[in-house]
Design a binder for this molecule. Structure first.
Ligand code: NDP
Ligand code: OXD
Length: 310
């Protein structure tokens, strides 16, 4: 039996264990605190693991992240350099992200924010018609998620572009690659969607200097990581009227503190890191199949490039 230790942070490990038992009964997946022979554990299956987890399992060779973003593992100083890290490549997340971004793109494109304000004032006023092709969406990050989201948004007839490190050729999505093309990308973007991983290069990327490049009346939708956004800069641009609104799913400190003024801001919509959740069945299938491939000496996909940080 292959021994695996499970670390699920604030979530219950039980549904994960049940799904592993159902799909891969030959894997011995145990909550990390229940493992009696820690030296037998080669595989860790984790979400936001603590340093204690890595101290306890000295023979770990491989860690599977129960999500797409591996920043919490890569910034953990206790993670030995030799350990290989795999991320979930889909796990049901991409379809949920398509729904999330579709919902909010339509919210702004169809002026629902303005109609909500008008309703509060019992104001009956039709906003001017704008053709979908004149509403310009920009997706920061064209990886497993951004790629799917950008292509899906094409269905609404909006003008979609994406920004990535390397060049992409996605149907219906204009590509801007590299830091040298970021300004041009921002200047043509009415709705900026962030699906970047958190790395030293992307930390604080949504700051005054960048968001100021967006046309007046632009919106930002951040489902990447809270650390991508410099909140005081956003508030400044919203309050000055340069930006029209923001949808924030992720925050530097989660859960967002009750006293945080973002909760009350009339132009900010908050969701509790819920744009997409890892689904048990496909995530377990992906991890179990990857373990099988590793045990067979193969090189499965989903390997994190530690030098890139994602
Ligand atoms: P991927 O690793 O598959 O893709 C990352 C994309 O970002 C790639 O297109 C990459 O470019 C681009 N990128 C990375 N660094 C830079 C840079 N410096 N400049 C330009 N482009 C860059 O990630 P996913 O699509 O799977 O996920 C993205 C992020 O979404 C996760 O890391 C996580 O933070 C967040 N997330 C949030 C969730 C939520 O519930 N809110 C759920 C799941 C994920 P290239 O292709 O050229 O390498
Ligand atoms: C993820 C997340 O990275 O939930 O999967 O944020």
């Amino acid at each position: 039996m292959t021994a695996c230790a499970l670390f699920t942070a604030n979530d219950s490990p039980a549904p994960w264990q049940e799904e592993f038992n159902r799909q891969f009964p030959h894997l011995k997946v145990q909550d990390w605190q229940q493992v009696s022979h820690s030296e037998e554990v080669k595989f860790g299956i984790v979400w936001k693991p603590t340093t204690d987890f890595f101290k306890r399992f000295a023979n770990l060779t491989t860690v599977f992240n129960l999500g797409a973003g591996v920043d919490a593992i890569l910034t953990n100083p206790a993670v030995p350099k030799h350990i290989t890290i795999y991320r979930i490549e889909d796990g049901g997340i991409a379809a949920q992200m398509q729904q999330y971004f579709s919902y909010f793109i339509l919210h702004y494109f169809r002026n629902m924010d303005l109609y909500q304000q008008q309703q509060a004032q019992q104001q009956w006023q039709v906003q001017p018609f704008k053709a979908a092709a004149n509403f310009r969406v920009g997706v920061l990050g064209l990886g497993q998620l951004g790629d799917q989201v950008a292509q899906h948004l094409n269905n609404f007839g909006v003008d979609v572009a994406g920004w990535s490190r390397s060049e992409k050729h996605l149907p219906g999505v204009s590509n801007y690659a590299g830091p040298q093309n970021l300004d041009a990308f921002l200047k043509r973007t009415d709705a900026l969607c962030c699906l970047l991983p958190l790395t030293p290069d992307t930390h604080g990327i949504l700051k005054h200097q960048t968001m100021r490049q967006l046309p007046k009346g632009a919106v930002v939708i951040n489902a990447g990581r809270g650390e991508h956004l410099v909140v005081p800069d956003l508030l400044n641009l919203l309050d000055q009227g340069h930006m029209r609104g923001a949808v924030l799913d992720v925050f530097e400190d989660e859960p967002l503190a009750k006293k945080n003024s973002l909760w009350q801001h009339p132009k900010v919509i908050i969701t509790p890191h819920s744009s997409a959740q890892s689904e048990y069945e496909p995530c377990v299938a992906s991890i179990g199949n990857t373990i099988t491939a590793i045990n067979l000496g193969q090189s499965p996909s989903g390997l994190v490039d530690r030098s890139k940080g994602y």
